[in-house]
Ligand binder design. Sequence first.
Ligand SMILES: [Fe+2]
Length: 386
Amino acid sequence: MATEILIPSLIKIGGGAMAEAASILKRLEVRHPLIVTDGFLVRVGLAESLRAQIENAGIACGIFSETVPDPTTDAVAAGLRIFADGAHDGLVSLGGGSPIDTAKAIAMLAANGGRARDYKVPNEIPKQGPVHLAIPTTAGTGSEVSRFTVITDSETDEKMLIAGASLVPNAAIVDFELTMSMPARLTADTGTDSLTHAIEAYVSRKANAFADAFAMTAMKTIWAALPIAFREPDNRGSRESMMLAATQAGMAFSNASVALVHGMSRPIGAHFHVAHGLSNAMLLPAVTAFSVKAAEPRYAECARAIGVADRSDSDPEAGRKLVDALFERNRELEVPSPKKYGIDEERYFSLIPTMAKQALTSGSPQNNPRVPTSEEIEEIYRQIWV
Ligand SMILES: [Fe+2]
């Protein structure tokens, strides 16, 4: 079977690249874009400086800033109204995964009508939406290059995975200077999300040689750079490395897939409002321990790539070292367990069967090297409580 690779047709990478947003919009022939961002980026002035840059180039530009973390169907509907009422013809998303995912859903609904739930996996998105330029400010979700959006249904609280070629942004600006002010917690969580993308893409049942190359280089870079960016927020070299690697990890998982960690992470996020990268981090070591035997040579290559094992280690030994290193890394990055995070114990345990069901229906666990039963997923949720 041939592998289909989808990436944006234009990616500008480098410090200061945001200054090229207006010229990119001109190349893409966008005449009246809507910036989709969040309240924080409006308050710090970044959204307004982007709008000024675009308007100075003679392109009238609006701003929608009512996106929310874990984007909801309600927030998407509000953005869609502004997009339609303003007769906009393109989108510029500015922010972390939430504004980018919101813009993707706005574009999808603008072109296809209906509701977000009509398009959740495995349903298809028939028509391509308006032009979308994505500018991430975290390193990161990889959403700027991916074919996925995750939208929470405001009525059911379900985190819906929506996938399709039309969701890949047309262009992306990958400018590490936008990440310099990320606080330590956000740096750790978004960086661990990227690491999870790289590892899951590499061990996934949908892994392929194109995605492998990006996954390998991303995990190697992230493993070395993330603790430095976490401890020394002003370290430009580590910020630059993390930003590039996050985009590479995004290209890897978008063209392979994510797996069990992401499948189990979305329900934790939906029910307990834990940031996406943090719920991934809570799960990554335990899920790797569960999965490692089913793809020992692949996990062993991950261990060697990040430098926690070498050629003298057998695959089983390297796999064990990877699991140990992931647990240790969580301690280093001060990742709390669900219990230490302050989640209500009774509610957590009573929701485990529901979360297991939602994890399985998302389709991601089926890409895992070891495909879990519902009972096994429930057991992992219990294990990570501590
Ligand atoms: Fe992710």
